[in-house]
Design a protein around this ligand. Structure first.
Ligand SMILES: *Cc1c(COP(=O)(O)O)cnc(C)c1O
Length: 369
């Protein structure tokens, strides 16, 4: 990095920080290449869009601009409370889950503390640790690139404060069953806060009794994080939440910004969670589109990792970087995985049929024959 005249004024851990890589910005690509349209399949957004009631709200958002938001998020917490049949004091709202994941590290970690996650775990965990001045520790992944319970447990030390696990994980799509989660929590020291990031849980076919919330009672160190960014299709509004022991929620209440979730986001999320028929539709449509896309990618001779989410990890081999650059040239954005140490893979979001076909057409052009 070239000389930054402020860098030496920051604490050492901030000097070492690198900003989160958000992938390609569609408007920038459109402008740079002079394209009429860009297909964005790089950020796991939901192309099917939000519930109809949210679209109505967005037609007249100015009503919500004038006053400060409800700092306690009372209406949204009441809606979450009704949906989950849990008291409102279990919930903490955030400016996306990203804010909460970071806030948890800032709240609990001192320099020298360790933050544990699996190799190929979601990139934010490492950044959250570094931002808090803690030491990130990645436990080796398995052959499927997923988290291994024994490796994570082996990596726990006296300094381990937090453990982040995305289930299913982005970008690998790997997943633990509720039984695996329970057995893991039984072995994890209860002083380690276990953050179970379920950003994609709405995409997973719900099984009777297969619900992580059932673990909260037995394991007070469990924190479940969910978001309105993915299946609810509100990524631009920034709302996420944690479900945890009320004492944990009380700690975040002390450290969060007072108006961290804005009025429009609060209202939209409240309307969104009330429309579970929309979420069921999103789940079914996405599953169908995912199967079609997977078949088309397999037909191109590519290796596709299993996924129950709205994205999949695809192996392109050693010419991956050139293929990705060529796709951008065709106006198709997917996510390179270099930053994860997976340079031969691209992460592809499942889009609409139209978007998926545009991707497949572009791939037919750019793949070496
Ligand atoms: C997208 C994502 C999030 C949620 O991000 P927001 O800040 O809520 O938009 C969290 N965890 C994982 C693993 C994700 O992929």
């Amino acid at each position: 990095m070239s000389e930054n005249r402020f860098v030496h004024l920051a604490p050492t851990h901030v000097q070492k920080l690198v900003a989160y890589d958000p992938g390609h910005e569609p408007s920038e690509i459109r402008r740079r290449l002079g394209l009429a349209e860009v297909i964005e399949l790089g950020s796991n957004e939901n192309s099917l869009g939000p519930a109809p009631a949210v679209l109505n709200l967005l037609a007249k958002p100015e009503l919500l601009a004038q006053r400060y938001p409800d700092a306690g998020g009372g209406v949204l917490k009441a809606a979450l409370s009704k949906f989950y049949r849990l008291e409102p004091r279990h919930f903490t709202l955030g400016n996306g889950t990203h804010e909460l994941l970071t806030l948890i590290a800032e709240t609990f970690c001192s320099p020298g503390d360790e933050v544990l996650y699996s190799q190929y775990g979601f990139a934010v965990y490492r950044l959250a640790a570094l931002g808090a001045g803690a030491t990130p520790v990645a436990a080796p992944a398995g052959a499927d690139l997923g988290a291994q319970a024994n490796e994570l447990l082996k990596a726990v030390t006296e300094r381990t404060k937090l453990l982040y696990l995305a289930n299913p994980n982005n970008p690998t799509g790997t997943q633990w069953s509720i039984t695996q989660l329970r057995e893991f929590l039984q072995q994890l020291p209860s002083r380690v806060i276990f953050i179970l990031d379920e950003a994609y849980v709405e995409y997973v076919e719900p099984n009777e009794g297969d619900n992580s919330l059932a673990l909260l009672q037995a394991f007070p160190n469990l924190v479940i994080a969910r978001t309105f960014s993915k299946a609810y299709a509100l990524a631009g509004l920034r709302v996420g939440y944690t479900i945890a022991h009320p004492d944990f929620a009380n700690m975040l209440e002390r450290t969060r910004l007072s108006f961290n979730v804005n009025s429009l986001a609060l209202r939209a999320a409240t309307l969104a969670i009330a429309d579970q028929a929309h979420i069921a539709m999103v789940r079914e449509q996405t599953a169908l589109a995912r199967m079609q896309l997977q078949d088309a990618l397999l037909a191109l001779g590519l290796r596709v990792l299993p996924s129950q989410c709205n994205f999949m990890l695809v192996h392109f081999g050693p010419s991956c970087a050139e293929i990705e650059a060529a796709l951008v040239g065709c106006g198709v954005i997917v996510r390179p995985m270099r930053g994860y140490g997976l340079p031969d893979y691209l992460r592809i979001t499942v889009g609409t049929e139209y978007e998926n076909q545009a991707l497949i057409r572009a791939l037919r052009e750019v793949l070496p024959h």
